[in-house]
Structures are given as C-alpha cells and as structure tokens.
Design a protein around this ligand. Structure first.
Ligand SMILES: Nc1ncnc2c1ncn2[C@@H]1O[C@H](COP(=O)(O)OP(=O)(O)O)[C@@H](O)[C@H]1O
Ligand SMILES: [Mg+2]
Length: 245
C-alpha cells in the first residue's frame, strides 16, 4: 500500500505549492494512473516518493515505511523498494543491455555471476533474450525502454514508478510497453504508478486514477468510473481529447 497523507511541497522561490495537501492511496498489486497537465505537480509527486525531494509537511508511506522520515543509508535501503522508469530511458550508453540491468544489482552488492544470471532472466521476461549484448544505440526506443523496465525491476522492488515513460515512443511501441507493464504487474504482483499527461495511457492500463491540477488532487477513484463521469474542469477538458488519440 502506498499512502500519501496531506503532502505539501513548495519549491524555494515559488509562491504556489507544487503539491498542496495531497492525500491518496494505492492498493498493493494495482496499477494507478496519475494524470495532469504539464506543471501540475506529477514529477514532484514522484520525486517526493523516491526521497529525491523533501516534503514540507505530510507523510508518504510505502508499505510500513514512512519515506519522508528517512535519510542517508536508511533512505537508500528503502529506495530499493522503488523501481523507476524514465521518459528518456537513461541507459548507460557504453554498456550493453545486460550490463545496464546488472548495474543496480552490482551497486546493491550482489556478486557478478548472480547479477548476470538475474539480468538475463529479467531481459528474457521483457522479451529481449536476443539483445543481451547489444548497446543502447543499436536498440529501438521500445527496446531501450524494455531494458529500462528490466533495470528498474532488478532489485525486486515492490513498486514501479513510470514518469511519462512512453512519451518518447510511437503509438505501436507505447501499446506494447503498456501491455508489458500490465503483464509484469499481474505476473510479479508489483504495484505500478503511471504518471502521464496523456489520458489515453491511463485509460489503456490503469485500475485506478488520480487527477492532479495545480498541486491539488481533483479526481480519485476506479479508472473506468472516473473516466465515465468526470467532475473536474480539467478532466472534462482532457476527456474530450480521448476521441482524437
Ligand atoms: N526544481 C524546481 N524548482 C522550482 N520549481 C519547480 C522545480 N521543479 C518543478 N517546479 C515547479 O513545480 C510545479 C510542478 O512541476 P512538476 O512536478 O515538474 O509538474 P509535472 O511533472 O506535472 O509537469 C511547476 O510549476 C514547476 O515549474
Ligand atoms: Mg513531469
């Protein structure tokens, strides 16, 4: 269970908070979409969750751990429960797919042979068995994101955080990456947070949905119910774009 309890965060020099008393929870093993326009506070929410940004007030619990109460070695240990997938993949260009997936395992102190075994298993799971020794520059965007997902899962996290992770991909690759994430969610039981400005992504993949507007949660509920009867101005406007995407 992920629980945000009245999380507030204002960046230095800004008057309006990027997150204003944000409260919601995500059921374990579910896929939750966090939707909002650019600047709504989505990435801030993710960065507060990973401990990269400190909150001003409120708490963020992941399982039994309050991430906002930790620092140093304790925070680094808790961070291993979170796998992060990035928009621009962020792969190490001088390392092969296998080495990229091994990297977080080696950092976590896993031996080289065991790290290689686990990385091979993960790359098989994401459909890249034949690309183990390929460098990122030789892989398509969709394949690079599969490596990114395998790497995020390397330390066996309970939660997978995906921030605009399909924004650099075409619609076909987007669909297949979303299908991969749905399969990993059901096979591994990993809880997934998909952050996106595209409502169609949430519609395709999410069990529950929260909508954030200028740092406030304006919608929260089962994805289909929220999409069927949007109450907020912002979601009403976004729903009209669905027919076009
Ligand atoms: N490091 C930062 N310093 C100051 N303001 C920031 C910083 N990061 C984000 N912001 C501001 O906080 C708000 C939310 O940004 P962000 O969380 O990146 O939104 P989103 O991911 O939804 O586009 C925006 O007004 C943005 O300009
Ligand atoms: Mg963002």
């Amino acid at each position: 269970m992920i629980v945000f309890d009245s999380v507030t965060k204002t960046y230095r020099g800004m008057t309006a908070p990027a997150l204003d008393h944000v409260s919601f929870h995500v059921k374990p093993g579910s896929i939750c979409g966090v939707v909002g326009l650019s600047g709504a506070g989505k990435s801030t929410l993710i960065r507060c969750m990973t401990g990269l940004e400190r909150v001003d007030s409120g708490s963020i619990r992941i399982g039994s751990i309050d991430i906002t109460a930790l620092s140093g070695a304790e925070l680094r240990k808790a961070q291993r429960n979170l796998g992060v997938v990035f928009q621009h993949f962020n792969l190490l260009q001088q390392r092969t797919a296998l080495q990229n997936v091994m990297f977080p395992l080696l950092v976590a102190g896993v031996g080289k042979a065991e790290a290689a075994r686990r990385a091979r298993e993960l790359l098989h799971l994401v459909g890249l068995t034949d690309k183990l020794n390929s460098y990122p520059s030789k892989l398509s965007g969709g394949q690079q994101q599969r490596v990114g997902i395998a790497r995020a899962l390397a330390t066996n996290p309970k939660v997978l955080l995906c921030d605009e992770f399909t924004s650099a991909l075409d619609p076909i690759n987007t669909k297949s990456i979303l299908e991969l994430v749905k399969r990993l969610n059901s096979e591994l039981g990993v809880t997934v947070l998909i952050v996106t400005h595209q409502l169609s992504i949430a519609q395709q993949a999410c069990d529950s949905l929260i909508v954030i507007d200028e740092g406030h949660i304006v919608e929260d509920g089962p994805a289909q119910a929220v999409l069927k009867s949007p109450r907020s101005r912002i979601l009403r406007a976004m729903v009209t774009t669905l027919a076009w995407s």
